[in-house]
Design a protein around this ligand. Structure first.
Ligand SMILES: Cc1cc2nc3c(=O)[nH]c(=O)nc-3n(C[C@H](O)[C@H](O)[C@H](O)COP(=O)(O)OP(=O)(O)OC[C@H]3O[C@@H](n4cnc5c(N)ncnc54)[C@H](O)[C@@H]3O)c2cc1C
Length: 499
């Protein structure tokens, strides 16, 4: 079957689920317990939780249900990253004792087709029909407050007892002269590419920029990544960011740190970008430019003034620890209000809102323990405090580090680059935070998160039997390193004599 026909079938399936072309908005009820604006992860979780409680719920979505995550974020990026990793492994097969496929040329359209198939499949879980069946009134259109207790959408006025703003965020536009005229990609357009750009410049070294630069580089695009400051992922610990720079360079990506794109123009069909690093000026010619320079909250057009909701164009909707806005009936969740913009925080914050808004709960955002992960190879995951944050707060901290090259399974898997680093409160085994750089760091960080949430210290982790050989055993090795510091000096001497 023709590839393009199949591709458009997957797209049709996705849109039938999350933006059904023939959808008719329902006739509104006189009063809703909860009106949710925005059908991304935050809005969807809130709706599902609220109807389970028996609430009368309306959801307003202006584009496609599933939001950024399903349509232009987590899902398409992770699907492409997986295929890109396969190509990287095929090229390095010799390292694994297999015959290297030097000529493994990526079939980019096939990778995109797989991504669309996966996205279409996962869209079933976010479908309008499924929500309607569960009892949610789904309205398509731009939601805007008509007053402190009502929202207008597509000619209907929805009155509410409580409302949730879950309108998410969109890509920030870099202010580079000539860029708009030359044309550029963001996460909203990059997953629509039909062919692999032979030469790609990625501007921005945050999670999005690093993940996609590595994936496109592995597909075979000659990729350059430019980051204004001297390291990637500025939030992360320096050694983690350094390992990432090295990993990108090993993938053949040209890493330009401390480098700013200052001007773009088009010459003979190529985009010519002026790059400046201190006083060093250079130009590169590329076919596409992908920008990942930050995100801005979707607050415009909501008529927040009419509802008495305070907001900031950069920080988003202002909400307190209970996620309540300056209008006590209206709450906010997800990227439009949180500093930690992830799908799992959108989910967690939506649950807090429903508890507080409908069950008179007192759940707080500040009580959440939030892990995160950048899905490069190796992955970089973190939870809790960084050492610098502990020092800023005068918390005495002690760190236990296990390099992955000391972990048997990482060695057998040929995945030795990285480390597990666990920070504890000095003189105790209480875990304050951890950074993991490893192929499966995103999976491994969950064990530390569980320990932190459940108040499990390193002493207990040292006693937990980990299946052998696993990479997560690195966590137990760090815990055992902690335990060793607790052995009384006499026993240490005995051990030393015993050799
Ligand atoms: C490329 C990329 C990769 C990512 N990868 C990951 C990852 O691996 N893991 C992770 O945890 N996070 C990841 N994220 C972040 C994640 O996608 C977001 O944190 C998450 O989608 C936020 O959910 P949300 O519901 O707050 O907002 P969104 O997903 O942005 O959804 C908001 C919804 O509101 C709608 N809307 C906006 N304004 C209105 C209005 N006025 N009326 C009606 N509807 C409106 C929008 O159309 C949208 O559907 C990634 C993001 C990107 C861009």
């Amino acid at each position: 079957m023709d590839d393009r026909i199949e591709q458009s079938d997957f797209e049709r399936q996705r849109l039938d689920n999350v933006r059904p072309p023939a959808w008719l908005n329902p006739r509104p009820h006189a009063l809703y317990d909860l009106v949710v604006i925005g059908g991304g992860p935050a809005g969807l979780v809130a709706c599902e939780f609220a109807v389970e409680l028996g609430a009368r719920v309306a959801l307003i979505e202006r584009d496609a249900l599933g939001g950024n995550c399903l349509n232009v974020g987590c899902i398409p990026s992770k699907a492409l990253i997986r295929t890109a990793r396969l190509y990287a492994e095929m090229r390095s097969a010799g390292h694994f004792g297999a015959r290297a496929i030097e000529t493994a040329r990526a079939d980019f359209p096939a990778a995109m087709e797989r991504m669309r198939r996966i996205r279409a499949r996962l869209s079933r879980g976010d479908s309008a029909a499924r929500l309607a069946e569960a009892g949610v009134d789904v309205f398509y259109g731009d939601g805007a407050f008509g007053g402190p207790d009502c929202v207008d959408v597509a000619g209907s006025r929805l009155r509410f007892r409580r409302a949730l703003i879950a309108t998410g965020a969109r890509p920030d536009t870099p202010r580079i002269p000539g860029l708009a005229e030359a044309g550029y990609l963001t996460n909203e357009s990059v997953f629509d590419l039909t062919g692999l750009p032979p030469r790609l410049l990625v501007i921005g070294g945050g999670p999005l920029g690093c993940e996609l630069a590595q994936a496109f580089g592995r597909f075979g695009a000659r990729t350059t990544i430019a980051q204004e400051i001297p390291l990637f992922l500025p939030k992360e610990e320096r050694d983690a960011a350094q390992l990432l720079s090295e990993a990108l360079a090993r993938d053949g990506i040209e890493v330009r740190l401390n480098t700013e794109a200052v001007r773009v123009h088009v010459e003979n069909g190529a985009k010519i970008v002026d790059l400046v690093s201190d006083d060093y000026h250079t130009q590169i010619a590329v076919d596409e430019i992908l920008t990942g320079v930050g995100r801005v909250p979707n607050v415009a057009g909501l008529n927040l003034e009419a509802a008495g909701v305070e907001y900031d164009a950069v920080a988003g909707v202002a909400a307190d620890d209970f996620l309540r806005t300056s209008n006590r009936r209206i709450y906010a969740a997800g990227d439009v209000t949180l500093a930690h913009a992830y799908t799992h925080t959108a989910d967690a914050s939506a649950r807090i809102v429903v508890r507080n808004a409908l069950l008179r709960g007192r759940a707080r955002v500040s009580a959440l323990t939030i892990p995160w992960c950048t899905y490069t190879d190796p992955e970089i995951a973190h939870v809790g405090l960084y050492v610098r944050e502990a020092r800023e707060r005068d918390i005495p901290v002690r760190t236990f580090t296990i390099p992955m090259h000391d972990v048997d399974r990482a060695i057998t898997d040929g995945e030795e680059r990285g480390f597990v680093k666990i920070h504890v409160h000095d003189h105790s085994d209480r875990i304050l935070g951890a950074t993991i750089v490893a192929r499966h760091a995103g999976e491994m960080i969950n064990e530390i998160t569980l320990a932190m949430v459940a108040g499990i210290g390193l002493s207990t982790l040292a006693r937990v039997i980990h299946a052998y050989p696993t990479q997560a055993a690195a966590i137990r090795q760090a815990a055992i390193a902690y335990e060793r510091t607790r052995v009384p000096p006499r026993k240490r001497a005995m051990r030393a004599r015993a050799g």
